[in-house]
Each structure stands twice: as C-alpha cells, then as structure tokens.
Design a binder for this molecule. Structure first.
Ligand SMILES: Nc1ncnc2c1ncn2[C@@H]1O[C@H](COP(=O)(O)OP(=O)(O)OP(=O)(O)O)[C@@H](O)[C@H]1O
Length: 296
C-alpha cells in the first residue's frame, strides 16, 4: 500500500544529457500512479539545483527529492540536502550517470518509481572539494590532471549531440594538447608524486568502467588513484587498462584509501568533480559529516 504522505519533488536539469523532458514527465506520472504526490521543478542555471534542494529541506515541502540529470545534478542536489532526513532519488537522464550505475538504480523508469514508492534506501557519504572555485560536495569522483583537462575542454554542444562519444573525442584532442606536469599529492599527510589523480567514492568511472576494486560509497573514506607515469603513451595505456577492467593491476598505478587529499604544487592544474569543471589547484578534499539517504 503506497504511503499517501510521500511527497516527491523532482529537480530536473534541462541541460543534462540529451534533453529528455518527456522521460521526466513520464516518470512523474509513474510516481503518481504508484500513489505518491509528485511535482517537477526545472533548474534555470548552474547551481540552481542546490538552492531548490536547500529550500525544500528548510520549508519541509517534500519527503523525497529526485535529481533528474547526471552526476553533476545529483551532486548539486546533494549539496542542498545532505545531512537532512529527506531521501534522494535519481532519475538517470545525464550523459554518464555513474552514481546511478554504482548504486544499481534502475534505468527502467517504471521500476525506479516502484522502488521509490517501496521506500528502500541506503546511506552514502559524499566527499567535499575545495578548489579555486570554492567548496562543493562530490558524490562520485574528483579528477586532477589529464581527465580534468578533458572535462574542461569537452564541448557541451557535442555532449548533447553524441553523448559519451564527445568525451572520447575530447580525450584524443587532449592527448596532443595536455603538457603532463607532475604534481605532489598529500594523501593523509604523506607525500606522493603523480602525473594524474582521481579521488573516487565509487568503484566505477565514465559509466560502467572499473576504476578501483572497491566502492567506498558507504564509508567515510575515498579511494585515491595515483597515475605514476606522465605522457601520451602512458595515458593511452591507462585508458586501455580502464576499458579492460585491469587498471588497478598496472605497476605504476597506486590506489590508497584516505580521508584527506591536498595538492598545492603545482598551482593551476585543472580540476573536475562529478564530470563538471571545478577550477584549478590548489585543492583540498576531505570527508564532511553529512550523509545522504538514497532510494535504491
Ligand atoms: N538550467 C541549466 N542550464 C544550464 N546548465 C545547467 C542548468 N541546470 C544545471 N546545469 C548544469 O549542467 C551541468 C551538467 O549536468 P549533469 O552533470 O547533471 O549532466 P551531464 O553532464 O549530461 O551528465 P553526467 O555528469 O552524468 O555525465 C552541471 O554542471 C549543472 O550545473
């Protein structure tokens, strides 16, 4: 029997993925058919999802917020509601939707709506990034170096037109343009040298590819993946290893569990979080005390 007190606000990013308004409307209809009250609010600009989620928490206008978008939208919504008792749902209509894959949120919208109505949820711990653009939560990962350069240069228009293939083209272009400087990474106060770094809450990357053997979503820690060798050849080797699922077995890839990462040298390295450009180094990443309840 559905709970009549369940009120769902769907925060929809109209700029995510390939503009799937019809799918969001259909999903809301599914929620309503399951006996829940549901409404859609569309974001109007970058960061708006955080403001909408924060207002919903403060005014207690709903019991659930569904982030309709990709990982960037989920992260913005999380920023506004983490630490509250509101449950976060995900309607994966973005480009990569890594967190939804990680948590096995159904891509079948009927099943997803049923799960939300059913009330099952899990608790995850987002990380916090401080960079030249200020502070934000991340739900899946932060990249510093080569992958962040790809995110900084990928064309939004191409992403809309061809989806994840836009990242493949941007990666090929970046192989020639990126200079591959080495950085000093402090991981829980121990210094390491790396060509590129990915700090990850989850096990997956760029969709369904295995980055680390273990997801840390349910822990107050993250994995730190240090890519040891700079240059075009090594980057291609890392990409192939990622596609084949054996990245963690590369001799020059180190994976550490940690709660704090700092990169101060060199300055001005590109930074991305959850697939969105987030300014430049210096950065600090840690684990705030704000959990997220997520419908699964
Ligand atoms: N109304 C809007 N207009 C323009 N940009 C927006 C709007 N609302 C949100 N955004 C921005 O859209 C960006 C992309 O969103 P999101 O990451 O959810 O989609 P995606 O990139 O297609 O998916 P993924 O991260 O899974 O690859 C985010 O940086 C977000 O801040």
């Amino acid at each position: 029997m559905p709970d009549q007190n369940v009120k769902v606000t769907v925060i929809m990013n109209p700029a995510a993925g390939r503009r799937r308004m019809g799918r969001v409307v259909g999903f809301v209809r599914q929620l309503q058919q399951a006996g829940l009250q549901a409404q859609i609010v569309a974001t109007r600009y970058r960061g708006h999802a955080t403001i909408l989620a924060r207002m919903a928490v403060q005014e207690r206008t709903c019991t659930h917020i569904v982030a309709a978008g990709g990982d960037g939208t989920v992260a913005e919504v999380a920023e506004g509601m983490a630490g509250s008792d509101i449950i976060l749902g995900i309607l994966p209509v973005g480009t990569a939707n890594v967190l939804a894959r990680e948590l096995r949120v159904p891509f079948d919208d009927v099943q997803n709506a049923r799960n939300i109505a059913g009330g099952a949820c899990t608790v995850i711990w987002p990380g916090r990034l401080r960079s030249s653009e200020g502070e934000c939560l991340f739900v899946q990962m932060v990249g510093i170096g080569f992958d962040a350069h790809v995110v900084h240069v990928v064309s939004t228009r191409l992403k809309k037109a061809i989806g994840r293939a836009a990242y493949v083209l941007a990666t090929l272009g970046s192989l020639w343009k990126y200079r591959f400087p080495t950085m000093t990474v402090s991981v829980d106060d121990v210094s390491h040298a790396a060509a590129s770094v990915i700090v990850s809450k989850g096990a997956l990357y760029a969709g369904k590819y295995v980055l680390t053997p273990r997801s840390m979503q349910e822990h107050r820690q993250f994995s730190v993946v240090l890519f040891g060798t700079a240059g075009i050849g090594s980057s291609i080797r890392y990409a192939i290893a990622l596609l084949r699922g054996n990245l963690s077995r590369q001799k020059d890839v180190t994976i550490l569990m940690a709660q704090k990462v700092e990169i101060t040298i060199p300055c001005n390295m590109p930074v991305q979080s959850d697939g969105d450009a987030r300014g430049l180094t210096p950065i600090r990443i840690d684990m705030p005390d704000r959990a997220l309840r997520i419908a699964v």
